[in-house]
Design a protein around this ligand. Structure first.
Ligand code: BLA
Length: 514
């Protein structure tokens, strides 16, 4: 694996981002011996903030710098940490030697007790404190209409609370790519709403870390990393794991990405669903931006409460969608029951088959008659597809989101039909209804594809949404937006209904002949 900071575009998913060996310089970090609380390692602008270089600090007992109360808190955390793998805590204390107040976070790890310290700035106090803020934020998302509105309001609340210029709800897709699902902005900054981003923009090890650690803040993407001295832990001989540290230095590749996006400060807060990373509140600013630990804790708590409510919101949305399809189903049945010509009933009336399942076009073959609505491949091509399905004994309902990749002749119709959902209506060959979806590249807007040129000279921008786009195009060629479980179930329901109607008609015709 590449060591931290040496990864390139080919192996950045293996960059060990938990052990960067350095921190962001808006605070200082010391690693203490778990018993003596002697400083074993230090990083950050200690000279500015404590009047001592990192080297001066090594070997000093932490108790000599801070009050007895602060030491007691650290000892308490240490005791609790012995019951579990880690513990962290946020508290404010004064370094008596310099008369400066710090917000501190403490983590127990193999390398010792990690203490992160950020100087307390005279920021306007939060009215009602962090908890009051979270309550206000929650109250505003509480009565949201649906999932989208829920996320939109949350983005607005996070924007208001943090002052970031652009706050997005970035939502992961099934394949780990993602899109901006909701967005709140302030000022001139441009929009990313609805843009899609490839999975590689947030590599696997980063997604994994973000599912364990709720929040990260990059105060200034142009910072100079402050190295830990010494680099390796005197206790373990290994690099110190900084996964839970707020000051953890960030992958240089990601910093390059931010710079190329014109983003100076970035914060992201995880959104979890059932133990899995569902999305992120992704926040951007075009100037450096620091948030006090108390405000960050409030954002973290808000994201946690938001995550708890997410499942119910998604369920409600799914239910609503199922009810919508049920309703169209019932109306379709009503139409075709009263209409002697089933084909006409399915296609000409409102709602029709295309309203039933989101698609760019529908084609059907019933009783040897062909009909279509929307954009579909031409009749001859569909005939070939039907023949292939018949000879390959496709089940009653069959779906693919990548037709050309499963059927060679599909390349001929890739423009209209990379996604196909088909149901057979009878045993007789070629009685089929097809729904089509085009190639995904034609339906969604990939970030980096916006028409303005970002790259001034070829090769100048190595890492940017635009470059990711080029790589991504290769991966999503000939793929359509996948058919959801609910859509496939809906097709099955319709098939059962149609079979009944068709059989009834056959009986009726038979009776009329008698
Ligand atoms: C991390 N990439 C991230 C993070 C985000 C994104 C949100 C988390 C860190 C943060 O909060 O800034 C991506 N940010 C986005 C996206 C949007 C956004 C998609 O606002 C959309 C609106 N990134 C690449 C490529 C590589 C890469 C090609 O594009 C590797 C070759 C790496 N991204 C990368 C790495 C991290 C990262 C390594 C982890 C950074 C860290 O936590 O150390």
């Amino acid at each position: 694996n590449p060591s931290f900071g040496t990864a390139d575009l080919t192996n950045c998913d293996r960059e060990p981002i938990e052990i960067p060996g350095s921190i962001q310089p808006h605070g200082i970090l010391v690693v203490l011996h778990p018993e003596s609380l002697v400083i074993l390692q230090a990083a950050g602008p200690t000279d500015v903030l404590l009047g001592l270089t990192a080297e001066d600090l090594l070997g000093v007992e932490f108790g000599a710098l801070v009050s007895a109360d602060a030491i007691q808190v650290i000892r308490d955390i240490l005791t609790r940490a012995s019951h579990g793998p880690r513990s962290e805590n946020l508290f404010s204390f004064e370094v008596t030697a310099v008369g400066q107040r710090f917000d501190a976070a403490v983590h127990a790890g193999e390398a010792g007790m990690i203490v992160e310290m950020e100087p307390v700035k005279s920021a306007p106090p939060l009215p009602g404190g962090p908890l009051g803020l979270v309550q206000t934020m929650l109250a505003s998302v509480q009565d949201a209409g649906g999932l989208k509105d829920f996320c939109q309001r949350a983005a607005e609340e996070v924007q208001r609370a943090t002052g970031f210029a652009r706050v997005m709800v970035y939502r992961f897709n099934e394949d780990d790519s993602g899109h901006v699902f909701a967005e709140a902005r302030k000022g001139e900054i441009g929009t990313y709403l609805d843009l899609h981003f490839p999975a590689s923009d947030i590599p696997a090890q980063a997604r994994d870390l973000y599912s364990r650690n709720w929040l990260r803040l990059i105060v200034d993407a142009r910072y100079q990393p402050a190295p830990l001295a010494p680099t390796l832990s005197p206790l373990t001989g290994a690099p110190v794991n900084l996964s839970h540290c707020a000051l953890r230095s960030v992958s240089p590749l990601h910093l390059e990405y931010l710079a190329n996006m014109g983003v100076r400060a970035s914060m992201s807060v995880s959104i979890m669903r059932g133990g899995k990373l569902w999305g992120l509140f992704a926040c951007h600013h075009d100037q450096p931006r620091h948030l006090a630990p108390g405000l960050r804790a409030a954002c973290e708590l808000f994201a946690q409460m938001f995550s708890f409510q997410l499942e119910a919101r998604i369920k409600a949305d799914t239910l609503e969608e199922a009810m919508r399809m049920r309703d169209i189903h019932d109306r379709l049945v009503a139409v075709i029951s009263g209409e002697p010509d089933i084909v006409h009933g399915l296609v000409q009336h409102q709602p029709n088959l295309q309203d039933y399942l989101p698609s760019s076009g529908v084609a059907l073959w019933l009783d040897g008659r062909y009909s279509s609505i929307g954009t579909t491949p031409d009749e001859g091509k569909i005939k070939k597809l039907a023949e292939w399905l018949t000879t390959s004994n496709a089940p009653g309902v069959w779906a693919t989101d990548r037709l050309p990749l499963v059927w060679e002749d599909g390349y001929d119709m890739a423009e209209q039909a990379c996604g196909v959902l088909v149901l057979s209506v009878s045993r007789s060959p070629r009685d089929y209804i097809f729904w089509f979806r085009p190639e995904v590249l034609r339906t969604v807007t990939w970030a980096g594809n916006p028409n303005k040129p970002v790259e001034t000279k070829p090769g100048e921008l190595r890492l940017s949404p635009r470059r990711s786009f080029d790589a991504w195009v290769e991966q999503v060629r000939f793929r359509a937006v996948p058919w959801s479980e609910a859509e496939i179930t809906a097709a099955q329901t319709l098939r059962t209904t149609l079979l009944e109607v068709v059989l009834q008609r056959v009986d009726q015709v038979a009776r009329e002949r008698e």
